[in-house]
Structure formats: C-alpha cells, structure tokens
Design a protein. Structure first.
Length: 402
C-alpha cells in the first residue's frame, strides 16, 4: 500500500514538498524436512511453485564444497529431481561447488566471479539461486543473489546447526571487507528456507555443538521455559540425540523468526540488536583467534561473560550466571581462550576494543543487550570496562577450577 502525500503549501510559493510513503510486506516459509531431493519429497518443487504454480521455473544451485565432499551424490540427486519434475522445474546448469567457511567471505573476486556466472547462465529476477551450505557460505550466496539484477530469488538450504537454527532463517547477507566482518551486505529476505535434517548427519561433533550456543542465547533473552528445557535435556543434546536436536533447532529457529518478524526492527535501522546478546566480545574473539574459534564457541564465551557482568552490575539476580555457566559446560563448551587476555604494546586489553567495533558496525549509540532475568533481555548504552575485566577474572577462575 502506498500514498503520495502533499502537505500544506510552504510559505515560499517556489517550493513544494511531497512525501512518498509505501509499505512492502515480506513473507517466506521455513520448512523442516528430510532428504530434500528424494523423488517422493514435494517440498522443493512446492517451494518454487509457491507463488506461480502454472509456470516452469528455472533454478541454479551453488553447493558448499565441504557439503559436496560429504554428500558426493548430491549433485546427481538434484539433477535427477529436476528431471523427474521437468514439467515444473528446469535446472539451468550442473550444481556448482563453491568454497565454504568464513574465509570465503574475504575474497572480493569470488563475489564478482559468481555474479558473472549468473549472467552467463541467463539467470533473471524470476529464476532462483539455491545455496546449500553453512552460514558463512549462505551469507555469500545471498549477497550475490541480492546484488545481481538488483535481486534474484534466493532459496537457502542450511546444512549446519548454526545455520538451521539462527543465521539461515534471518534476513541478512554479506561479506567481509577492509578487515571488517560483514561490512558489505544487504537486508534481503530469502524466498524460502529449507532445513533438511539429513545434512546434519555428517557434521563434526564440534560443529554440532557450536550451533547450540545460539539456542542458549535466544532462550536467555526471550524464553525462560526453553532455557529450562535446555538444562533438562543437556545430556541428550551433548550426545546429539536426534529428537532433542530436532526440538532444539526448531524452537531456536521459531524464536529467531519471531524476533525478526515481530521485534519491530527487522532491518536493524535502530541501535538495538537483541539477537546479538553475547556477541560484542564473540566477534572480537573470533578476530583475535584468526577464526580458530568457531562462531558458536566464541558466542558461548560471550554469553558466560555478559551474564556474569549482568549480575555484577545489579541487573540479574546472583545465581543466574552459575546456571548459564553450568548449562554451557554441560553441553560441552570450553569457556576460556588465552586471547581473552591479549594486550597491545601499551598494555590495553584488545578485547575491550570489541565494544567500539560493535558500535561502529551498527552506528548510533552503543547498545548492548544484557539480562534482567533468565529469559528477559534489557538494553544498556554503556559498559564499565572494570566490571568486564572482573567478569573475565571470574570466568578464568571458574575454568581453572574445572
């Protein structure tokens, strides 16, 4: 719905002011399925036909190279699925492998190469770009799709716990540039998100665990009942028991979608970023370790740190930090890394620079989410460096005592 509004005439008759106002609704489904490209599974076909069921839809597929190596028959399965459903689908080219992992977001030539590939394949705004891979890979493919022809329809097929329960169901795309994480990017909702549980089967235990940090995060800021469930099922989650993993991923994804859809600021035009609880230090820690730490591993440390800080400054009742620490340890996280104590030549703590970098990335006032209870977040606009260092000392001592 749009309206062109002409206010009262200004006092100067040589000038007139018009205000153009319009709203664009966004909607995309998030499916949970298994064996997405099995002949009898209708989800992929139904997704492409969702808006225009009478058309034959063209699509291309980029596959995370690590996923392609773990599922060597995947490309053949996709081609076979397209052939079986040739009345409705056209696979424009053979599925194309692309490197994955955070490092792939650091190569600007790759963005251009993939955009060029889409042009060579004749991909237009009515065709689909399907990305199958982890979170960093999907960030890249989403950015390529959103910037080609000013936006090609994009379907995400997340293949990690972290992507299925967090980043893959969001609306952000981007790559790293000039030494800054996600500096170049856009807010462009996907056409659909297709979560296939079978892709989690070959993940390394470390990668399965890393994705659980985001479940703890969203429980802490939005759902105390879910936090209680995580505590009660920590052993099953640590053992990657199938039913527990499925519930954890779905509930986490639901809470993320609710925040994006109903939180009032899906494109982050303001300064608050509640879904980044624990992330100001996690982003810096990832950088300080040259991404030796997985994103989720760094987030787990950030959660423990900011929960203890919340207690120290009187926001969260004492004992809450012990429950969070115990849950993270029960899941299997290590909550200390030597990089937390790194300093520059002048003795300044490098971790504390993460606060300023966090503010600069978003702009506006520094806004950090802390806890006022387990399940309820609160926004603050400053953090006391002395209290942060006290929280670090507490965390180091806890880990040393283990």
């Amino acid at each position: 719905m749009s309206a062109l509004i002409k206010p009262l005439q200004p006092r100067d008759p040589l000038h007139a002011l018009y205000v153009q106002r319009f709203a664009v609704p966004y909607e995309f489904p998030v499916y949970f399925t298994e064996h997405l490209f099995a002949a009898e599974n209708p989800v992929f076909r139904d997704t492409l036909l969702r808006r225009e069921p009478q058309r034959r839809h063209r699509f291309v597929v980029f596959i995370d190279a690590d996923v392609a190596a773990s599922f060597p028959a995947l490309g053949h399965s996709i081609a076979g699925y397209a052939q079986l459903h040739a009345d409705a689908l056209e696979l424009v080219a053979a599925p194309h492998p692309v490197p994955g992992g955070e490092a792939v977001k650091n190569d600007p030539t790759l963005v251009t190469a993939l955009q060029k590939r889409l042009v060579e394949w004749g991909v237009d705004r009515h065709a689909f770009v399907v990305g199958i891979g982890g979170g960093a890979f999907l960030d890249l493919i989403g950015y390529v799709a959103a910037t080609t022809h000013r936006g090609v329809r994009h379907i995400r097929v997340p293949t990690t716990v972290l992507a299925q329960n967090d980043s893959g169901v969001g609306v952000k795309n981007g790559v790293n540039a000039f030494g800054m994480k996600n500096l170049l990017g856009c807010f462009a909702p996907p056409f659909a998100v297709l979560n296939d549980a079978d892709f989690l089967r070959t993940l390394q235990p470390r990668d399965k665990l890393a994705g659980m940090a985001e479940a703890v995060k969203v429980a802490l800021i939005r759902d105390a009942v879910f936090f209680d469930w995580l505590e009660a099922n920590a052993e099953d989650l640590r053992n990657f028991e199938s039913a527990a993993m499925r519930h954890m991923i779905r509930r986490c994804a639901e809470l993320h979608m609710k925040q994006i859809g109903q939180g009032g600021d899906p494109f982050e035009t303001g300064s608050a970023r509640p879904l980044d609880y624990g992330h100001w230090s996690a982003h810096k820690l990832e950088s300080l370790t040259s991404h030796e730490l997985r994103h989720g591993e760094a987030v787990a440390i950030g959660l423990a740190l900011d929960t203890r800080y919340s207690v120290q400054v009187g926001l969260l009742a004492p004992g809450g930090e012990e429950r969070v620490y115990s849950l993270l340890k029960s899941l299997g996280f290590h909550l200390w890394h030597p990089a937390l104590e790194r300093r520059d030549a002048d003795g300044e703590w490098l971790l504390l620079r993460g606060l300023q970098e966090f503010r600069e990335h978003l702009g506006g006032d520094l806004t950090i989410t802390l806890l006022q209870s387990l399940g309820v977040g609160v926004e603050v606009h400053q953090m006391d460096s002395r209290e942060i260092l006290r929280a670090l000392t507490w965390l180091r001592r806890k880990e040393q005592a283990e």
